[in-house]
Write a protein that binds this ligand. Structure first.
Ligand code: TXA
Ligand code: MG
Length: 350
């Protein structure tokens, strides 16, 4: 299959291109599109064949459910068995935006879309191209991140093309995304609202709006396999670069010294080494490649560049990656969730 790649203005996408893209979704084909978090791979959410195509294109296990993207809150009523009062509150505060809500599903949603689960994940993305694609298609759009299963999520159209060219009908190129890590997922079917995946919207922001306690899924905090995460997708070894990756955590000068020491050892073994550093520290490292993720003081930039940097590590064909740790104040939890997974939870404390 030839994949058509169309550039679109992210603020004001071309009407004709969006109509074409919408028609493809309505015809059961797959179209990749930008959202504010990462690029999504879209198909008609209410058609089981479209879900099957998505799983096949990504090489994704079919028990890993898809997020249904909507452009209007009233569509929540279509896909949910009933809409909890909490959903309305959260939507008023955060939609369109980087928040996915899990609710009990209606009969209209095929179990192929929800990976066999009785619940459904719903999100209203905050991106003109995504919203216009939903409207033009006349469909609700099931969309996982538009990467091959196991690779970092795509934050630019070229990442989508790397992974999925020849496997999908179309890619809408709206430039680099704004946030760079996937939406926060909150499960509203639990006794206490539970965050299944940390993201840009923090538990504190959610509990402030809900006026009740919001808990974290114990399975995403555990560093071992003893507690399974509730979101099936959080179980898989995700975001994993090909090389071994180690996070070094601690006070800045100690981290730099440790990474330089380890780099020296690996290089005498003939290994090519990459270091993930910040604007502030990059000049202190002596590795084959020093990748700068952004300013430490700018946590939004760190989130934005994380996946691109992990992809670069693969392209550079390095044998070992050392990364600084990014426990930043607001979205540090979300950043570290992805980074720890990439590193298989290998952390050296200095
Ligand atoms: O920011 C995002 O959420 C992006 C953009 C494209 O919207 N999408 C995204 O989708 O990250 P995906 O498929 O890569 O991740 C969806 C996650 C998976 O971990 C999946 O297991 C979980 O959501 N999930 C989906 N439906 C669920 C459900 N009913 N119950 C529990 N977890 C669910
Ligand atoms: Mg994904």
């Amino acid at each position: 299959m030839d994949t058509i790649i169309e550039k679109v203005n992210p603020c004001q996408p071309d009407e004709k291109i969006m109509e074409q893209a919408g028609k493809r979704i309505a015809a059961g084909e797959l179209v990749a599109f930008p959202t504010e978090t990462v690029y999504g791979l879209g198909g008609d959410a209410l058609r089981p064949e479209a879900a099957a195509k998505i799983y096949a294109a990504k090489g994704r296990p079919s028990d890993n459910p898809l997020i249904v993207h909507i452009a209007d809150f009233s569509d929540m009523e279509r896909v949910a068995r009933e809409v909890p009062a909490q959903a309305k509150k959260l939507a008023d505060a955060f939609w369109p935006g980087p928040l996915t809500m899990i609710v009990w599903k209606s009969d209209e949603v095929p179990s192929a879309t929800t990976g066999g689960m009785d619940t459904v994940a719903v999100r209203m993305p905050n991106h003109p191209v995504a919203l216009e694609l939903i409207r033009k298609s006349g469909c609700l759009i099931a969309a996982p991140s538009a990467n091959t299963s196991g690779r970092p999520s795509p934050t630019e159209a070229k990442h989508v093309a790397e992974d999925l060219s020849g496997r999908i009908a179309m890619i809408l190129d709206g430039g680099p995304v704004g946030i760079g890590i996937e939406s926060t997922i909150i499960d509203l079917t639990e006794k206490k609202p539970m965050v299944l995946r940390p993201g840009y919207i923090t538990p504190k922001m959610l509990s402030d709006v809900l006026g009740q306690e919001v808990v974290m899924d114990p399975g995403i905090i555990a560093a071992d396999d003893t507690t399974k995460p509730k979101a099936p997708g959080m179980k898989y070894k995700h975001y994993a670069p090909k090389a071994d990756m180690v996070i070094v955590d601690g006070e800045e000068t100690a981290v730099i010294a440790k990474i330089n020491e380890l780099t020296k050892q690996r290089r005498t073994e003939g290994k090519k080494v990459a270091v993930i550093a910040t604007e502030e520290t990059r000049k202190h490292y002596h590795a084959d490649v020093v990748l700068c993720i952004g300013k430490r003081s700018d946590e939004d930039a760190i989130a934005q560049h994380l996946y691109q940097i992990l992809r670069e590590c693969d392209d550079l064909d390095v044998g070992e990656i050392y990364s600084e740790s990014f426990q930043t104040p607001r979205i540090g939890q979300a950043i570290m969730n992805r980074l720890l997974k990439a590193a298989g939870h290998t952390v050296i404390q200095v």
